[in-house]
Every structure is written in C-alpha cells, then in structure tokens.
Design a binder for this molecule. Structure first.
Ligand SMILES: NC(=O)c1ccc[n+]([C@@H]2O[C@H](COP(=O)([O-])OP(=O)(O)OC[C@H]3O[C@@H](n4cnc5c(N)ncnc54)[C@H](O)[C@@H]3O)[C@@H](O)[C@H]2O)c1
Length: 272
C-alpha cells in the first residue's frame, strides 16, 4: 500500500464522510492533510493530528499533498480544478455535472496532460461505469438511464412532457422527461451528476438517453441503466438510500469517493 496525502475542498456531506473514513482507516493508507471550505471558523477541532483548515485556495495548495478531492459544487470545481491540475496534483472530482461543459473538460484535460496530473471521476451514485467504458471500446448502440424519484426529490421541477402536470397529483409512476442527456442536464440539474458520469463513460451526452420518472409511492432515488452494443446487453439498477445528513446525496456517492481515495493507496486495482 502507498501512503497518499489528500487535500479536500468542501467539508459538507461527502467531505465529512470521507474525512471520517480516512481517520478510521477505511480509505487505505490515506492521510487528510488539509481542508478548504468557506466557514470562517474551522468546522472541526484543530489539533496536531487534525488536518489543516483554510478558506484560502493558495494556502491550501501550498500544502504537501498528492491528490485533491473536490466535494463542493460545480461552480467550485470550475473555479479551482485548473489550479489543482496546474499544481500537478491528481484531482478527484465529485461535481461531475460540471463536465457537461465539453470545452471545460477538454481544456482541463489538456492542462492535466501538460502538468502530469490526472482527473479522476468516481462513479458516484451509480456503478458499472467500468463495464460501460470497456464496452465503449467497441460500438455501443444505445444507453438509457431511467431515474425514478419520489415527488419530494423533484420539488419545483416541471414536466418536460406535460408542463401543466402537477407532480403532487400523480397517482402512478409518470415520466416527466425522455430525451438526450445533454438536454436533461440543463433542465434537471438535480439529476446532473449521474447523467454526466454515464455519458462520459459511454457514448456522450448527445447519444445517451435519459428518462426521468416521478413515483408518488417512491422513497428512494432509483437509477436504472440499460445498454446494448457489440459486447451484448447489460441492465443495472441502483436503489439508493440517502446519506444520513443530506437527502439529496446518495450514501453510495460518498462511499464511492472513499473507495476512489482508497484505490489511490493500493498497489492492486480491481475493476475500472
Ligand atoms: N457524482 C455523484 O454521483 C454525486 C452524488 C452526490 C453529490 N455529488 C456532488 O458532490 C458535491 C458535494 O456534495 P455534498 O452532498 O457533499 O454537498 P454539501 O452541500 O453537503 O457540501 C458542500 C460543501 O462545499 C462547501 N463549499 C461551498 N463553496 C466552497 C468553496 N468556494 N470552497 C470550498 N468549499 C466550498 C460548502 O460550504 C459545503 O460544506 C455536490 O456538487 C454534489 O452535486 C455528486
């Protein structure tokens, strides 16, 4: 196992779970050396054993670390990712929806190549991206993501199929969007990370089909992936429990960030 020093941008739901996992030894031989957030007061007790805390990105990047985990927001990722990459650190990006902006991803990729950095995207609230990206080496004919959410998870959202539809009045599972991922990520930003990760792993935002279904009886976010190609066919379904402190973030998403950090420390890598 390799010892890996980690910096963390965003000490919210995912950031706190990652910090705890590192402390508890659940993320291999990773050490959290620094945290950057926007709270004036450190959000944890500072001690000789605790990570450093700063609100300043330059102080943060001046610390000794091999990889930076972003677990803040798309805006934060867009602002800081180029700085992280230019500093030669690996970047683990949770707010993958930001990569719906193709030009941003291309520029960041070029920067990473020039500075011997890498951009790593955890599979987040879904999985199977290893198989999808392997299948994409040959031809994939179609990929559909069907995301089914409870009414509460879609509060304030308008149906793209029937704009007059009152989501609170539906009595059976009802489709409110069916179209390409590129339009889905613009119209339904709450669903953006999963659709973006799947599009990037497979056949892109224009060809990945996204369906969003509201389920009046539902209690969890369910993501189903159906793909067909030269490899054969696959169907995967994730019925995600929310994380304990933020119902918008699936617990699996936080676990996948922890898993990716653990992978950075391991000599043997499985999957992916
Ligand atoms: N890839 C996936 O499948 C997936 C799943 C869930 C969440 N996410 C994304 O991961 C990100 C984090 O999710 P979360 O649930 O932990 O969010 P959260 O709202 O609980 O925490 C975000 C943290 O970022 C901090 N922050 C805001 N501006 C900042 C700045 N300029 N610098 C540093 N920190 C700043 C906030 O203060 C907060 O502590 C979000 O963008 C979310 O959409 C991705």
């Amino acid at each position: 196992m390799n010892a890996v020093k980690i910096g963390l941008i965003g000490y919210g739901t995912i950031g706190r779970m990652l910090a705890k996992a590192i402390r508890d030894g659940a993320a291999g031989d990773a050490t959290l050396v620094a945290v950057k957030d926007i709270y004036e007061e450190p959000p944890f007790e500072l001690s000789p054993d605790s990570p450093a805390y700063t609100t300043n990105i330059d102080s943060f990047l001046s610390m000794d670390m091999a990889a930076v985990v972003e677990a803040a927001s798309q805006e934060v990722l867009k602002e800081y990712a180029p700085l992280v990459v230019k500093s030669g650190r690996s970047l683990v990006a949770m707010s993958v929806g930001a990569f719906g902006d193709k030009a941003f991803l291309e520029q960041l990729g070029d920067l990473a190549t020039g500075h011997r950095s890498r951009i790593l995207i955890p599979s987040g609230a879904i999985g199977g991206l290893d198989a999808i990206s392997a299948a994409a080496i040959d031809q994939i004919h179609e990929i559909t993501l069907t995301t089914t959410k409870p009414v509460t998870a879609l509060a304030g959202v308008k149906s793209a199929i029937d704009p007059q539809l009152d989501l609170d009045s539906v009595t059976t599972p009802t489709c409110i969007y069916d179209g390409p991922a590129e339009e889905a990520v613009a119209r339904f930003p709450l669903n953006i990370n999963v659709a973006a990760a799947l599009s990037l792993a497979g056949i892109g935002f224009a060809r990945t089909r996204v369906r969003i279904v509201v389920d009046p009886e539902g209690t969890r976010n369910i993501h189903r992936i159906d793909a067909r190609g030269v490899f054969g066919e696959l169907s995967l379904e994730f019925a995600n429990n929310p994380s304990p402190t933020n119902p918008k973030t699936s617990y699996l998403a936080a676990l996948s960030a922890i898993r990716l950090v653990k992978t950075l420390t391991e000599a043997v890598r499985i999957g992916g």
